[in-house]
Design a binder for this molecule. Structure first.
Ligand code: PHE
Length: 452
């Protein structure tokens, strides 16, 4: 279907939608965030809690976002406005738009680092030391700003292309390449000394490491990685045709996202131990893994260098190309939320909307480029608290105002066997009680720990 300036787009194919949603989900959160959190939180026990969060909170909320989006065919603000009366419902959507803007603003800086590192690998190989040091200096504001601008231009370019021509086409080609490169690299790392030690830490949980901090991090990570709580997938759902099975699609997206995070960890945790074998420090004096925001940009480039020569160049550059591609399909969806809001609610054409919002977000990114210490703070506020809070409001709203019966009615379309299975009862139970209670508990406990 061709898109005119004001007409809302549609996904062209079922697979196209699943890949676009998976493209949104799979990003820095999987390849940079997940392994960092695993290393930070004692390995396999984090994975265990993370999987539970994805399946019992993430998946039901994702189904809810798709259903609200497809039913209303609106951006998050318009969607809640349409479903409920009064001043409060649109605020849930506005909160999402705000989280989108703020998350995108620091996401761009990190995405910029990944692009910078593609060049770092090349300059290093060519022996241009000064240039390779310049692009790998994460605190260089000018350099950060330069790559953030570059990344925003790419994002706006694709968004301007519209739903099926821009977003769908881009993700359809990028996703499969991403998985392939990841698998090849894992295969390689497993042939190196030290990798088995990493594998053990990655797969054997130490249950004593589980505490409230870990659960809070895992829940925040699940929301961030699955792109939930701010209406990104609600917006993608608003371009969805009635004959697509929402539950099936959400299941695919969740599995793909968890799978790729798992693969990324399978690469990076063993790679850290390989690096240790090569003489690089990966632990502090207490034996805790050295896992900061910059893990991926620290240990891995060193690993690539230790491979030496052309080999290092190929692995290093393809890894960072991969990471940039994954980030791009996510920045697209982050920007699509405020852009669709402006298109729908303020009747501004897509191209203009993308440029206005893109410019605004970029302005914040430039400030962060020069103060990267802000990233941790913003991530705590808008990912770890903001997204679960958005998810909490969304599930409460759906369950108690829009009503689960109406949501089920929407989900029924495209899901022929719905009435013959347990889905209705199980999902209703989760979205009405289990998800809100769990999210609220985690948020309250964390706040309590903070102030006490
Ligand atoms: N899920 C993306 C990632 O893992 C980030 C994201 C969050 C995208 C929220 C859209 C909305 O990198």
């Amino acid at each position: 279907m061709s898109e005119t300036k004001t007409e809302r787009g549609n996904w062209n194919s079922k697979l196209g939608f699943v890949l676009a949603a998976a493209g949104s989900a799979v990003g820095l959160g999987n390849i940079w965030g997940f392994p960092t959190q695993v290393a930070d939180n004692g390995g396999a026990s984090f994975i265990l809690i993370y999987v539970i969060c994805c399946l019992i909170v993430g998946l039901p909320v994702m189904i809810a976002e798709f259903a609200i989006g497809r039913h209303t065919r609106r951006n998050p603000v318009g969607a809640f406005k349409k479903l409920g009366n009064g001043w409060f419902p649109p605020l849930i959507g506005l909160w999402g738009v705000m989280c989108g803007v703020m998350i995108l603003s620091f996401y761009l800086v990190i995405a910029g680092w990944t692009v910078g590192y593609i060049f770092e690998e090349i300059f290093y190989y060519l022996g241009i030391v000064a240039a390779s040091e310049w692009v790998s200096d994460l605190e260089n504001g000018i350099k950060n700003a330069f790559f953030a601008i570059l990344f925003m231009i790419a994002t706006v370019g694709i968004i301007t292309g519209g739903v099926s021509n821009g977003i769908e086409r881009a993700t359809k080609t990028l996703m499969p390449i991403l998985i392939l490169v990841l698998i090849i690299m894992i295969g390689y790392v497993f042939t190196l000394q030290g990798s088995m030690e990493g594998l053990r830490m990655y797969l054997l949980p130490d249950l004593t490491a589980i505490n409230t901090d870990l659960v809070f991090s895992a829940l925040g990570q699940a929301f961030f990685s699955l792109s939930l709580g701010m209406g990104a997938l609600l917006t993608y759902g608003s371009y969805l045709k009635k004959n697509q099975n929402i539950v099936e699609s959400a299941t695919y997206v969740t599995i793909a996202d968890m799978g790729i995070a798992f693969l990324a960890g399978l690469l990076i945790i063993p790679a850290m131990f390989v690096a240790q074998h090569a003489g690089i420090t990966i632990m502090d004096e207490d034996g805790n893994l050295f896992a900061s925001t910059t893990l991926v940009f620290d240990v891995l480039p060193n690993l690539f260098k230790s491979m030496g020569g052309f080999f290092g160049l190929i692995f290093g550059s393809s890894f960072f190309i991969l990471l940039s591609m994954a980030a791009l399909t996510s920045t697209i969806s982050l920007l699509e939320v405020p852009v669709s809001y402006i298109i729908d609610e303020h009747k501004i054409a897509r191209k203009k909307a993308a440029m206005i919002v893109g410019g605004l977000v970029l302005a914040i990114s430039l400030i962060i480029s020069f103060n990267i210490g802000l990233i941790d703070l913003l991530a705590t506020i808008f990912n770890n608290v903001g997204l679960p809070l958005g998810g909490l409001m969304l599930s409460l709203f759906l369950a108690w105002f829009w009503k689960t019966e109406n949501a089920i009615e929407e989900i029924r379309s495209g899901y022929e066997n719905l009435d013959h299975g347990y889905f209705q009862n199980v999902w209703t139970l989760f979205i009405k009680y289990i998800c809100p209670v769990l999210i609220a508990l985690v948020l309250i406990t964390t706040l309590y720990n903070l102030v006490s």
